[in-house]
Design a binder for this molecule. Structure first.
Ligand SMILES: C[S@@+](CC[C@H](N)C(=O)[O-])C[C@H]1O[C@@H](n2cnc3c(N)ncnc32)[C@H](O)[C@@H]1O
Ligand code: SF4
Length: 454
């Protein structure tokens, strides 16, 4: 990444509220009620290896910036009740998955390492018993870890259970920032966990950072970035702080006056991109970096990168089963989401019903736009001729409505467009969410529900 333009006008024009396009249509397009028959037929019509995502919502302490679906509690027993419900959900899916190969597993949250070692063992036993998912090293088995909730014993235990990838929430190493966001964690703890993760044989380590938090400024942020580079993780997520105080009450506790301006936020992002690329990381796009020899970087170079609800992925964009509160599944052109609140999720499970609250079946038009957006967001270009023959359409005609919205990006040098291809330039990569949104047929309805794109 070489060229940046610190043009406030450019920022004002393109820093819109926009989706992250982990799916198209996005979760906002899901509607309720959604007939469970559609889940059943989507599963029956698809025989690919299924990725599994499990949401574990509990955390010990509230981070004020947090936009995740979480439940703050000190009661460890709550996780037992939750595991009971998850087990019942697995039993409901069991007959629908007969003979199906289950592959990669990801535990997200909330904080999956809120669970004790015994609870984690129980979860993996349940997956084996009810869904036949065995963590034998064949697939990626990954987990999100809050460093404050993972002792070295627990980390070792995770490895014994078959986990081979870990992702640590760092956010920022700076103490002033940590105090402001109510998440104080010392550097040494993270260094030790990273070092031990390697020693114990985890194949991949990711660190999560956020730019745009209160009190972040270039000097201290550079120190944090340098610390991250020194830890040498395989992947780095550098998330744009999504400030949605109307939706997440705790964000109102943050001092608004201490939040960096949009210009400074962009500067922090630029520093991240410069520091990580100079250290040998490939800028995958949006918020992600991977070592050049990492699988994610390799598949992007091969043109095979995909995107699903967990972000960029090396495997399947369209065969993901989500279990647990608020989880989203996408299988064979059907997307559905579980109940978002714990009491509703429990109530559905107790009634012996799939806890699905809403969903959507992709139309032909959705599939065309989903393919285009995935291609642009993963590879920053679209071979128009190939795309036209794949979908039997004429690009200029089919997307005629998008052209006026795309024109300013072309004029500003963020997109190159000719008859053969659409290319997002290096400068345009920062605005890829905004560029994709020009092809989004739903956006005008729900734009304000999304966070700023950078
Ligand atoms: C589920 S948490 C990761 C695991 C664990 N709970 C932790 O905090 O370490 C997922 C990640 O989402 C990111 N995140 C949470 N709220 C965010 C927000 N409002 N804006 C941007 N990123 C956010 C953080 O980087 C966090 O590490
Ligand atoms: S950032 Fe992680 S630990 Fe903090 S509240 Fe959110 S999910 Fe919980």
């Amino acid at each position: 990444m070489t060229s940046f333009r610190w043009d406030p006008e450019l920022i004002a024009r393109y820093n819109i509220n926009g989706p992250r396009y982990t799916s198209y249509p996005t979760a906002l397009a899901l509607t309720s009620p959604f007939a469970h028959d559609r889940v059943i037929s989507a599963l029956a019509a698809d025989d690919r290896t299924l990725s599994v995502y499990i949401h574990l919502p509990f955390c010990h302490k509230l981070c004020y910036y947090c936009g995740c679906n979480k439940v703050i509690t000190r009661h460890q027993g709550k996780a037992d009740t939750y595991l009971d419900a998850l087990e019942n959900e697995m039993k409901l899916y069991k007959p629908l998955l007969r003979g199906r190969r289950l592959g990669p597993l990801h535990l997200g949250g909330g904080t999956p390492t809120f669970l004790t070692e015994e609870q984690l063992t129980r979860l993996m036993d349940m997956l084996r018993e009810h869904l036949g998912l065995v963590a034998n090293g064949e697939h990626e088995i990954s987990i999100e870890i809050d460093p404050r909730s993972c002792s070295l014993e627990k980390l070792k235990h995770l490895r014994t259970l078959g986990f081979n990838r870990v992702s640590y929430g760092v956010q920022d190493f700076d103490q002033t920032v940590q105090i402001a966001i109510n998440r104080v964690q010392d550097d040494e703890m993270i260094e030790t966990l990273v070092q031990k993760s390697r020693e114990f044989g985890f194949e991949s380590i990711n660190l999560d950072l956020i730019y745009g938090l209160p009190h972040q400024h270039p000097e201290s942020f550079q120190r944090s970035l340098d610390k991250v580079v020194a830890l040498n993780p395989d992947r780095i997520s550098l998330f744009s702080y999504a400030h949605l105080p109307a939706r997440f009450a705790a964000q109102r506790k943050l001092d608004k006056g201490a939040l960096p301006s949009p210009e400074m936020k962009l500067q922090l992002l630029e520093m991240g991109i410069r520091t990580f690329t100079a250290a040998g990381y490939q800028f995958i796009g949006m918020d992600h970096f991977a070592r050049a020899d990492d699988e994610l970087a390799k598949v992007q170079r091969e043109g095979k990168l995909q995107r699903n609800f967990q972000g960029y992925t090396t495997h399947g964009s369209d065969a993901l089963l989500g279990l647990g509160v608020s989880s989203i599944s996408q299988i064979n052109g059907v997307i559905w989401q579980n109940e978002k609140d714990l009491p509703d999720y429990y109530q559905a499970i107790e009634a012996n019903k799939l806890p699905v609250v809403k969903g959507v079946g992709l139309t032909h038009d959705d599939r065309i736009r989903a393919d285009l957006i995935a291609e642009v967001i993963c590879h920053f270009k679209l071979d128009i001729k190939k795309f036209e023959s794949k979908w039997s359409l004429t690009f200029n005609q089919y997307f005629a409505e998008s052209f006026p919205r795309l024109a300013p990006f072309v004029e500003d040098g963020l997109v190159l467009l000719n008859e053969r291809e659409l290319v997002v330039t290096e400068l345009g990569r920062l605005w890829v969410r905004s560029i994709c949104s020009t092809f989004d047929a739903y956006l005008l309805d729900g734009q304000q529900s999304y966070s700023k794109v950078v």
